[in-house]
Design a protein around this ligand. Structure first.
Ligand code: GLC
Length: 521
């Protein structure tokens, strides 16, 4: 068994978008104190780590992904002391704290960039990517920014007569990791937080930090929008080596946003001298269709394992429509997707609000704030059914539909809720070595059913999810360790029959986790 790939992390990570979690000071934006007050709730839910989207000082052009000071907390969120307190109190409850690390760019208000743009001779000029105009006076190459749409990734800076690179907003200039002083300064940022007790990082668009220093035209950027930004240059791996050395010295973990469509290219950024984990987003793009899910899961699982990398699974985040919205608003499908997310081989990431079965908010034109069009999935979390839903001030975005019925307090009181389903899944996962670190095999039981078998020594589970249009019957294989024994429903997406022997009948849009043995009822 020594060739078995070991998970670098056994737990489940819960992503908090701090602006949208809970406001305690009345400015309509969530804050660190709001997170601290709900640590008991997160411990009750049963997640193992919280990852906070950026909390650093920022002009908020990209809502924190434009960092103006890496070693201070934005006053909207609180203070460094609030961060220390949050970390300490999370640790008291056995929860890890992971921060977002934004290595590809800073804010244009960052003192590094202010110095860099001040003159061609400034010592920090080379910390960013400055290039002369093309012969026709236009941008140095054909790269397009991710957003806003139809914008070159270069902006001309009149005072010094050169263009600077920004793969996102013009307010987010790209740094240059080939400059050793910049790399060292970024390493210091990691150390600063690791020494304050942070357990890990999620590295933002980390696949973009390695680039061809000649900045050649990129044919991909001539393709329709949506394909831009899939840069994949081997220098990224060199930069990751230095980052990993810092993490090793402090014992922290790093999951990288390697936003590449080919899972084997994501896995190539994971390893003992690279990332501990790399995000794979295939499930975010998969329609509600068994063949599509089998393909995404089978391909990614094989690609990761072949390279000795432990997979990751993501159904939602602050950049994508929520899973319930993608699945046509169906709560049943959102529940079943959660069953799959929390039982697949790999580290699952749960985006705050998905455990409530939230849909995207409908954001009227006059309340749109994100230049990337992602406001809907960033709606504030409803804590209580009453007006204001526990927010001290009018929130920065409208609430999602049915916020009162889906509020945390309501769902905590209702054992049949989506929230309780997540709690049962998390508890069941924690107690099952097969689910945490076991082998996995996809089974062909029925064309409309996603089925997989997880095993670790004597522990095994069978997971079934009906993605078809009809209720159906499946013939199950015998448990590997107990031939002839029936299967018991350990967790059901609708809660029905848990603890009973499974009949083989699976309703449309439903999922079950089965364990060997005959049911108690
Ligand atoms: C990542 C983040 C996204 C951000 C972008 C630029 O994709 O998840 O929210 O806008 O990087 O930092």
């Amino acid at each position: 068994m020594s060739d078995r790939v070991q998970p670098p992390f056994d737990g489940v990570v819960y992503q908090i978008y701090p602006r949208s979690f809970r406001d305690t000071d009345g400015d309509g934006v969530g804050d660190l104190e709001g997170i601290r007050r709900h640590l008991d709730h997160l411990a009750w839910l049963g997640v193992d780590a919280v990852w906070l989207s950026p909390i650093y000082r920022s002009p908020m052009a990209d809502f924190g992904y434009d960092v103006a000071d890496h070693t201070d907390v934005d006053p909207l969120f609180g203070t460094l002391e609030d961060a220390d307190r949050l970390i300490a109190e999370a640790h008291e409850r056995g929860l890890q704290v992971w921060l977002d690390f934004v290595p590809n760019h800073t804010s244009d208000q960052h003192p590094w960039f202010q110095a860099s743009r001040s003159s061609r001779d400034d010592p920090k000029r080379s910390w960013y990517v400055w290039r002369d105009p093309a012969p026709d006076g236009g941008p140095p190459n054909n790269w397009m920014a991710h957003f806003p749409p139809d914008r070159p990734a270069w902006t001309y800076d009149e005072p010094t007569g050169q263009y600077y690179l920004h793969q996102f907003l013009p307010q987010q200039p790209d740094v240059d990791w080939d400059e050793p002083e910049l790399a060292a300064a970024m390493h210091d940022v990691l150390r600063f937080w690791l020494e304050r007790g942070v357990d890990g990082f999620r590295a933002d668009v980390v696949h973009l930090i390695g680039r061809d220093p000649d900045y050649p035209d990129d044919p991909e950027h001539l393709l329709p929008a949506g394909r831009a930004g899939y840069h994949d240059h081997p220098r990224t791996l060199e930069h990751l080596r230095g980052i990993r050395a810092v993490m090793e010295a402090h014992g922290g973990l790093m999951v990288g946003e390697v936003n590449l469509p080919d899972p084997s290219r994501v896995a190539a950024h994971v390893g003992p001298e690279a990332l501990h984990l790399g995000f794979y987003f295939g499930l975010i793009g998969a329609p509600w269709d068994a063949a599509a899910w089998r393909e995404v899961i089978g391909d990614a699982d094989a690609a990761f394992l072949a390279q000795g990398a432990w997979p990751t699974w993501v159904l939602g985040n602050h950049d994508s429509p929520r899973p319930r919205t993608r699945f046509g608003g169906s709560e049943a499908r959102a529940r079943s997707a959660a069953v799959v997310l929390l039982t697949l081989r790999g580290v699952p990431f749960v985006y705050a609000g998905d455990e409530l079965g939230l849909e995207d908010a409908e954001v009227p034109d006059d309340r749109v704030v994100d230049p990337g069009g992602r406001d809907g999935c960033r709606a504030p979390l409803p804590w209580v059914p009453d007006e204001g839903h526990g927010w001290a001030g009018e929130p920065w975005l409208p609430f999602a539909p049915d916020a009162a019925a889906r509020a945390v307090a309501v769902q905590r009181d209702d054992p049949s809720s989506v929230l309780h389903l997540h709690r049962r899944l998390l508890a069941h996962r924690r107690d099952s070595p097969a689910l945490v670190r076991g082998d996995q095999g996809l089974l062909d039981l029925h064309p409309e059913v996603l089925a997989f078998h997880r095993t670790f020594a004597a522990d095994e589970r069978l997971v079934l999810c009906n993605l078809g249009d009809d209720d159906l019957e499946v013939d199950l294989p015998d448990p590997a360790n107990d031939p002839g024994a029936p299967w018991t429903i350990a967790v059901a997406s609708d809660g029905a029959g848990e603890g009973a022997t499974f009949s083989g009948r699976l309703a449309r849009d439903h999922a079950v986790v089965l364990a060997p043995g005959s049911g108690s009822r």
